[in-house]
Design a protein around this ligand. Structure first.
Ligand code: NAI
Length: 299
């Protein structure tokens, strides 16, 4: 069965280039009306341009429907306005891909607090702004699909990207609560951790790998994750055509009592505490408390 977005309105932030542009083009090809948001700055978030407009022209030239939006995701009021315009023109908003992003890499030792805040502001607060701007509409419609963009840096770490990694794991965290809050209104929320040859990674990939990691190869996961039959609360890795799922897990752990309920007890039982046999993936934070409760009952 083919995945289509007819009668759906999709917003893709940071869609003036790289991955966002590919998402926007493919959503439009599959019938969506697309708001192409992009401030059009450089990789570090400086400056502005008509990058969004160019992608809109591309979509229209291919027979699709799109609207350019040059607002920064960091401005909540402008996100509200963007949603209002889309609703005015097309009657709703059904899909949001939070993709806008910047890099200001430095080791933590050398990183200015302002560069830490800036990166967290664009990725984490920017995604929260755009999502919040859509949220009431999603609830009223009983339909919403949200995709957050994390990164292997957020999930697993990367040297020189403390600000970026903090923001990116924050987005996976945001997914984990929003999926719970959106469930009763058919709002599904997922996270993608892409790997792609874009201007963000051009100095990391050798030329051949850059081609192998074409952003087009991430698109199938992104579109599935915002489709009608999307799963929810998933973290999906996608790069070069390889698709993976990533989980935050909890070990069975160990109940410590008496003299063992001490730092020394934790140290001596460390192997059991960290033993991954019977590891679980809780559906919510309550899962951890339930596991603790079960341990106490089994005492
Ligand atoms: P990119 O630099 O081509 O795309 C990011 C886009 O966001 C740019 O067009 C930029 O103008 C826009 N943008 C930046 N600040 C904005 C703001 N305040 N408001 C609106 N738009 C803004 O890079 P790429 O690789 O396409 O990145 C897309 C997303 O994927 C980012 O969130 C990035 O962190 C994430 N990502 C990319 C990876 C890769 O391997 N390329 C790896 C992991 C995550």
């Amino acid at each position: 069965m083919s995945i289509r977005f007819d009668d759906k309105v999709a917003i893709v932030t940071g869609a003036g280039g790289g991955l966002g542009r590919q998402y926007a083009l493919e959503l439009a090809r599959r019938g969506a009306k697309v708001v192409v948001n992009d401030l059009g700055g450089d990789r570090t978030g400086q400056g502005a341009s008509d990058a969004a407009l160019k992608v809109v022209e591309e979509i229209e030239a291919a027979g699709g429907q799109a609207m350019a939006n040059g607002a920064s995701v960091t401005e909540y009021d402008q996100m509200v306005e963007m949603v209002a315009r889309a609703k005015e023109k097309w009657g709703g908003v059904h899909v949001l891909i939070n993709n806008a992003g910047v890099l200001r890499d430095k080791t933590f030792a050398k990183m200015e607090p302002a560069d830490f805040a800036f990166v967290v502001n664009v990725h984490l607060l920017g995604s929260a702004n755009a999502t919040k701007a859509c949220w009431e509409t999603f609830r009223e419609q009983n339909y919403g699909r949200v995709l957050m963009t994390a990164s292997s840096t957020g999930l697993f770490g990367n040297f020189g990207q403390a600000n970026y990694g903090a923001a990116k794991l924050g987005l996976a965290g945001l997914t984990k609560t929003l999926y719970l809050e959106g469930a009763k209104n058919n709002i599904k929320v997922n996270t993608i951790a892409p790997v792609a040859g874009t201007r963000m990674t051009e100095d990391l990939f050798p030329e051949q790998a850059f081609q192998a990691f074409a952003p087009e190869k991430v698109v199938p996961a992104a579109l599935f994750l915002v489709s009608e039959d999307a799963p929810t609360n998933q973290i999906v890795g996608a790069g070069a055509g390889v698709f993976q799922a990533s989980y935050v897990t909890l070990t069975q752990g160990k109940l410590l009592t008496g003299d063992d309920l001490s730092p020394e007890g934790v140290a001596s039982h460390w192997a059991e505490i960290t033993d991954r046999t019977g590891e679980i993936v809780p559906d919510s934070g309550a899962g951890q408390s339930m596991l603790i409760g079960a341990k106490l009952q089994g005492q």
